[in-house]
Design a protein around this ligand. Structure first.
Ligand SMILES: O=C(CCc1ccccc1NC(=O)c1cccc(C(F)(F)F)c1)NO
Ligand SMILES: [Zn+2]
Length: 409
């Protein structure tokens, strides 16, 4: 599917396009006919949907996400691209050979022996079970993220989307938090071949520890994670005092929150911090993990967000007109995760969506309201005004310690 012929979408411009100043009709017309729509690459194939569907904790979620995006006709505005599997060598740019050999060795095994001593060594345990085809899955998911990054490097797209990626807990030599590899680290390493400063934003309910660890000692990748922080809540890292180390000191930013935070407070806090980071770090490219497990109705039952929070963050990032890579991640209420990522996709292509879920194969999953917009719950908000105020100042203090990129050149 090529990107749409421009004349089709004349009345629609991306919502982030700057206001048109006084121009003659002719100028506006020619302006609109010029390439003002955002070129968005969308990683998708039947093969990757089938592989992603098999992941036990998010079983069949991939079908819901791609089904809803198609039901709104958004694929007409996307450059749908079939992902190719990453090679062993590509994966070994971050992951250890031993770990990859192990994943390969269990790929064809049937499920019995999955909890061996060795399996535990590589993080494959009860909450991160090794299943048949896990190596094939890792190659496909990671290949899609790396390929999405390649489209940004080749200036083939302004934005690239891989809703099957975003596995931010993956470690160099082990799986973790049922992330079997870290596609995000490999995507960022690919982007670093061309871009000098990468901003990584992690909106998932959980701390993006695997990505932060990989880049904690460099000032070329700034990792920002906003997440729940509570005693015993996985992975337990990501305190506001956790700022990175060595040359990377102050280039890791953490926003730890309590249960019950809502859209306005969440998006105001995150967007104000993003603007400060933009000023100080001056990124050349952005990667955003859009985990949806902070949305109300998720079995994690933690935050009280709707898709509007993530939408406001993405709109802020898109307004910077930098190449951007959007990735998935957590999200265990599959209908709400599909609602969220469909909404984010619509923002990337600059199209408004009707609130009624269109008739399609998975319509029944969206009952009883059959609406796109998620309604906030009435959960108690454990984040006091003081807590948020103090947190904002603590985070700002850290960002101000960061050398502006001119100083650090
Ligand atoms: O979402 C994650 C990983 C969550 C995780 C980390 C470590 C161990 C287990 C998990 N996931 C869950 O506990 C989980 C995943 C899906 C559904 C549920 C449910 F039980 F809440 F439904 C729970 N990272 O962004
Ligand atoms: Zn999560």
């Amino acid at each position: 599917v090529n990107d749409i012929t421009v004349k089709e979408n004349l009345p629609c411009v991306n919502e982030n396009v700057d206001d048109v100043t006084e121009k003659s009709d002719y100028d506006i017309k020619t302006e609109n006919t010029r390439q003002r729509i955002r070129r968005v690459v969308y990683m998708h194939s039947r093969e990757i949907v089938e592989a992603a569907n098999k992941m036990i904790k998010v079983e069949n979620r991939a079908s819901l996400v791609s089904g809803l995006i198609e039901s709104y006709g958004l694929h007409k505005y996307l450059r749908v691209t079939e992902p190719r599997p990453a090679t062993f060598d590509e994966l070994s740019i971050f992951h250890s050979g031993e770990f990859l050999e192990f994943l390969k060795s269990i790929n064809d095994q049937d499920d019995e022996e999955k909890y061996t001593e060795e399996a535990q060594l590589y993080g494959l345990s009860y909450d991160c079970p090794a299943h048949t085809g896990v190596y094939d899955y890792v190659r496909l998911i990671t290949g899609a993220t790396v390929q999405a990054a390649e489209h940004l490097i080749d200036n083939m797209a302004d934005a690239a989307i891989n809703w099957f990626g975003g596995w931010h807990h993956g470690k160099k030599d082990s799986a973790a938090g049922f992330c079997y590899s870290n596609d995000i680290v490999l995507g960022i390493l690919k982007l670093r071949e061309r871009f000098s400063r990468v901003l990584y934003v992690d909106l998932d309910l959980h701390h993006g520890d695997g990505v932060e660890d990989a880049f904690c000692s460099t000032n070329k990748v700034l990792t920002l994670s906003v997440h729940k922080q509570a005693v015993g809540f996985y992975p337990g890292t990501g305190k506001v005092t956790d700022v990175g180390c060595g040359k990377g000191k102050y280039y890791a930013v953490n926003i730890p929150l309590k249960d019950g935070i809502q859209d306005t407070e969440f998006s105001t806090l995150v967007c104000r911090i993003l603007v400060k980071i933009k000023e100080k770090f001056d990124p050349d490219v952005v990667v955003c993990q859009c985990g949806a497990d902070g949305i109300i109705g998720d079995p994690m039952e933690s935050f009280n967000l709707t898709q509007l929070s993530l939408g406001r963050c993405i709109s802020t990032l898109l307004s910077w007109k930098l190449p951007i890579l959007l990735l998935g991640g957590g999200g265990y209420n599959h209908a709400n995760t599909a609602r969220c990522w469909t909404y984010l996709t619509s923002i990337a292509v600059g199209r408004k969506l009707q609130n009624d879920i269109p008739e399609h194969k998975y319509l029944l999953e969206y009952g009883p309201d059959y609406e796109l917009q998620i309604t906030p719950g009435n959960k108690k908000n454990d984040n006091s005004k003081d807590y948020i105020q103090n947190l904002y100042h603590d985070v700002l203090y850290n960002i101000n310690q960061m050398m502006t990129n001119t100083q650090s050149r």
